[in-house]
Design a protein around this ligand. Structure first.
Ligand SMILES: [Zn+2]
Length: 97
């Protein structure tokens, strides 16, 4: 579920954030984790109306990385970065990888 919100800057890279994805299917709560898709920084909600974030502490980053949902987000982000780093992709139609 994607929840759109009023534009709020990432506290790390200042890029605009205007939505959050939730595997849990509910709106974020203060102290929930978030993740900047622009710079890869782990964030924490400090307000949900309006939405505001702070950069997670090192202990919070460690907890995020140790969680199932956090690992999934990081894997998705790394896959996205690999795709974005490819200027083009060559597919051999003869079937060899
Ligand atoms: Zn950012």
């Amino acid at each position: 579920m994607i929840v759109r919100h009023a534009e709020s800057p990432c506290p790390s890279c200042a890029q605009t954030l205007d939505g959050v994805g939730s595997h849990a299917g509910h709106l974020p709560r203060v102290t929930d984790y978030s993740f900047c898709i622009h710079c890869g920084t782990v964030l924490v909600f400090t307000s949900v109306s309006p939405v505001a974030y702070r950069v997670a502490t090192p202990d919070e980053v460690q907890a995020f990385r140790a969680s199932v949902a956090g690992r999934r987000v990081l894997e998705d982000y790394q896959a996205l970065r690999r795709i974005e780093s490819m200027k083009s992709v060559f597919i051999d139609r003869e079937g060899s990888a």
